[in-house]
Design a protein around this ligand. Structure first.
Ligand code: ZN
Length: 331
C-alpha cells in the first residue's frame, strides 16, 4: 500500500480553499461578508469564463485554510447533494463562540440544526441562500486567523477559517488512499459512517477531511448550492511537484500547472468523483492590491486587462452596499 519513496513524506497539508457555485452574487456577498463576517478578499473573474465573477472570502488576508470562493452564475438551477461531492463545509469558531453564532443565526432567521455532538465537539448545521450545507464547530483548538478592521462580528467570536470538509463517497478505501498517500493526511477515527482524516500540519485552519461512507445513496448533481472543488495546500512549487509525482504513481491523471494569479494549481479528480486541486500558498492575494484594499476593486490578471471594459460591463451587480466590506471602492 505505501509508496516507499513518497508515501510517508510529510509536508504542509490541509485545505487551501473550497470553491462552490451560487445563483445570486449579491445575496452571496450579503450572506458571507455581512452575516458570517468573512472578508471579501478578492473580486476577480473566473479565469476559464471571464464573463462571470470569482469571489473569494477569507480571513483578513485570505490565509490558506480560510478561503471560500464562489463562481456565481445568476439563475443557475439548484444542484443535488449526493455521492461524489464535497457536501458539508465546516467552519471553526472558538469554544465560547457557539452561543454567539446560534443567536446570530436566530436573529437573521436562518434555520439551523443542533448543536449535535461529533468527535466530542459541538456542531451546528445551516444552509446558505443557495442551499449549500454549512456547519460551525466549536473548536477549543481553533487556530488564530488574521482579523480585519471592518469585521462585522467581534474578533473573539469570529470564524477562524475552515475546520474541514465532508466528502460523500460510495467507496471509502480509494478516496482514503488519495488522502493518505498523496495529500499528507492520516486516518483519525470513525463515528458511524463518518471517517476522519487529519492533516499533519499543526495550528493551521482546515486540517480535517471527513469521508461519509454511504454506499447506495444517490449521486450528487452539480448546480447552485454545491461545491465545485476542494483545493489542498502545497507550501511551494516543489511540494506541488511532489504531490503531482505521487498522484502519477497512483495512476491519477493530473492537469499541468495553471497560473491562478494568487496561487499556482494542479487539478485531478479523485476516484470517487470529487474534483481536487493542489494550490501553492504563495503568492497570495496582496499581489495586486494592498492588504487594506483587498476585495474593493475588480482585479484582473494581466492577460485579461485589455478586456477590462467589456468584462466589467457584463458582470452582475454585487449589491456591495448591503454588506459591510472594506473602506471605499478603489478605481
Ligand atoms: Zn480552486
Amino acid at each position: 500500500m505505501t509508496n516507499p519513496t513518497h508515501g510517508n513524506q510529510t509536508h504542509e497539508s490541509g485545505i487551501h480553499h473550497i470553491t462552490a457555485l451560487t445563483s445570486n452574487p449579491a445575496k452571496n456577498v450579503a450572506f458571507y461578508a455581512g452575516l458570517l463576517g468573512l472578508r471579501l478578499v478578492k473580486r476577480t473573474v473566473n479565469f476559464d469564463d471571464p464573463g462571470t465573477w470569482h469571489l473569494y472570502y477569507g480571513d483578513g488576508i485570505g490565509s490558506p485554510g480560510t478561503i471560500l470562493t464562489f463562481f456565481p452564475y445568476p439563475g443557475l438551477a439548484p444542484g443535488r447533494h449526493g455521492i461524489g461531492q464535497a457536501v458539508e463545509i465546516t467552519f471553526a469558531v472558538p469554544q465560547s463562540a457557539l452561543s454567539f453564532w446560534i443567536d446570530r443565526l436566530v436573529t437573521h432567521r436562518i434555520d439551523f440544526e443542533g448543536p449535535i455532538e461529533r468527535f466530542e465537539q459541538k456542531v451546528i448545521r445551516f444552509r446558505d441562500p443557495d442551499g449549500l450545507q454549512l456547519e460551525i464547530v466549536a473548536d477549543s483548538s481553533a487556530p488564530a486567523v488574521v482579523p480585519w478592521s471592518n469585521m462585522p462580528v467581534p474578533p473573539d467570536q469570529a470564524i477562524r477559517g475552515f475546520h474541514g470538509v465532508t466528502l460523500w463517497e460510495e467507496n471509502l478505501e480509494q478516496t482514503a488512499r488519495i488522502l493518505t498517500e498523496i495529500l499528507g493526511y492520516r486516518a483519525a477515527g470513525q463515528e458511524d459512517s463518518r471517517f476522519r482524516f487529519v492533516a499533519r500540519t499543526d495550528h493551521a485552519p482546515g486540517r480535517i477531511v471527513d469521508i461519509r461512507h454511504i454506499p447506495g445513496f444517490w449521486t450528487g448533481a452539480s448546480g447552485a448550492g454545491t461545491v465545485h472543488h476542494v483545493a489542498f495546500r502545497a507550501a511551494d512549487d516543489a511540494v506541488q511537484a511532489a504531490v503531482r509525482e505521487r498522484a502519477a504513481h497512483e495512476g491519477i491523471e493530473v492537469t499541468p500547472v495553471r497560473d491562478r494569479n494568487y496561487f499556482r494549481s494542479i487539478y485531478f479528480r479523485e476516484p470517487g468523483g470529487v474534483l481536487f486541486e493542489v494550490a501553492t500558498d504563495s503568492p497570495g492575494f496582496a499581489i495586486d492590491e494592498p492588504v487594506e484594499q483587498l476585495g474593493t476593486g475588480l482585479k484582473l490578471p494581466a492577460w485579461l486587462e485589455p478586456r477590462r471594459a467589456s468584462i466589467a460591463a457584463i458582470l452582475p451587480d454585487l449589491g456591495i452596499d448591503a454588506a459591510p466590506l472594506s473602506e471605499e471602492a478603489s478605481g
